[in-house]
Write a protein that binds this ligand. Sequence first.
Ligand SMILES: Nc1ncnc2c1ncn2[C@@H]1O[C@H](COP(=O)(O)OP(=O)(O)OP(=O)(O)O)[C@@H](O)[C@H]1O
Length: 540
Amino acid sequence: MRDGAENAGRPDTAAPAIELKGISKAFGPVQANKDISIRVMPGTIHGIIGENGAGKSTLMSILYGFYKADAGEIFIQGRKTEIPDSQAAIAAGIGMVFQHFKLVENFTVLENVVLGAEEGALLKPSLAKARKLLSELAAEYELNVDPDEMIEELSVGHQQRVEILKALYRQADILILDEPTGVLTPAEADHLFRILNGLKDQGKTIILITHKLREIMEITDTVSVMRRGEMTATVKTKETSPEELAELMVGRKVLLRVDKKPAEPYARVLEVENLRIVDEDGVERVKGVDLHVRGGEILGIAGVAGNGQSELLHVLGGYGRAAGTVRVNGEDIDLTGSRSDGQSRRARGIAHVPEDRHREGLILDFFAWENMVFGYHNAPEYQKSSWFMDNAAIRRITQEKMQRFDVRPPNPALAAKNFSGGNQQKIVLAREIERDPDLLLVGQPTRGVDIGAIEFIHQQIIALRDRGKAILLVSVELDEILSMSDRIAVMFDGRIMGERLPAETDERELGMLMAGITDTGRAPVHRPPSGLVTGNGTQA
Ligand SMILES: Nc1ncnc2c1ncn2[C@@H]1O[C@H](COP(=O)(O)OP(=O)(O)OP(=O)(O)O)[C@@H](O)[C@H]1O
């Protein structure tokens, strides 16, 4: 193992902020961490990368006291430290920002930051003192949030700032962030990186888990690579390249760009006319969208999260109601009646990979094989007779699909919640793509997915296109939109701002459209009209 964790300007003799020695952890037959040793120097940003299921989250969970290691030792600032629970981690100066935030939605920012801090016996100030401390921290690290705002009112990026503030309030010197940019817009991600650099300048130590090599190259000092439970390399970021890291991670060369031939589109499979969607609060989210997707092409929808793309995908996938016209293969789709549900859409040849795999893609407590039949219960290969499902066949077919999509471990009898995030995503993709649908609706297909799997998923989507199927791709990743799409539509404030061909546009132009700026000026933001059918079917 190459070890290059020294920080420029700091003596090599300084004790590592964190040192793990020989950490191992098994879950039944799965050896999630095998004899892992790593040193992270103070005042550095240390990246951890690795394929889905490589064991990154497990290692961080051990460091944060969520799991107990089967073997190994932890040293914090040179001192051997036992971390039996997260209170002990906090007391040792470790803070963690999870992928799925742990905030109380109907509490204010201030309440969330203070909540539980007293248990750590660190601080027990009055609320007024806490407010003062919070605003000092916020000002020092560019973490502006209103202390009295409710969490549920905040954007995802701001909620993440609250998580960071919570850790700093508990006097964390070491901050672990698990895929922090997966849910952020590009501007929010830039802001987060400024914050992290500021923390580093103050001498804090940061561990960043991410699948995005661009982020690793941009912000880390050192990077460790995990592979199948082992730590296989630690390198200085300036001495490596994305290609080398990809190879270290996956064990083979990875194509970091999408390889595809020009599209050969034919008849329109999906036609959308004047689609309007009003949400449960009466806010119009989609404001008269017209679009079409032909067989044999990928239409990419670009946009900053929250501009109506999610609602559009949602309604097309059979969740919620809308006004307007949607035709698939020339036949109208019911947008208001009782047949507006996911299962009837699937019967019409529409497959749907939802953006949020936890809420809509999977039932986490159910086995992988049970998840594989959702929406497809009536498929003949799953039926034993008209009364009974053939569970043995479902398990066998699930295992085959898991192997084709390289789900690790390919065990149909494991509950969905026990797969790593990227492997959960692959289960949803395997279920939907393997049906060979006429129309694939796919939201954020590679969120949380490692680069080897991204290459595979992109190839599967393109193969579907090349079999003449229509694909509507929604992604907040501009790279993905530019490299996958045959046409790009940009959504802003519930409308399509413009359409471009990927070869004739770039990130800058798309970015302007995503901000609502066209050649003719800034788009007006309209108020919702009344009398529309809402997302839950009531009148707005
Ligand atoms: N509670 C659990 N029970 C059983 N197996 C588990 C549990 N938690 C993790 N695993 C398994 O341990 C292995 C490592 O998972 P981990 O979540 O640490 O991977 P990861 O590198 O963080 O992956 P990703 O990039 O997909 O988030 C995987 O095979 C996973 O299925």
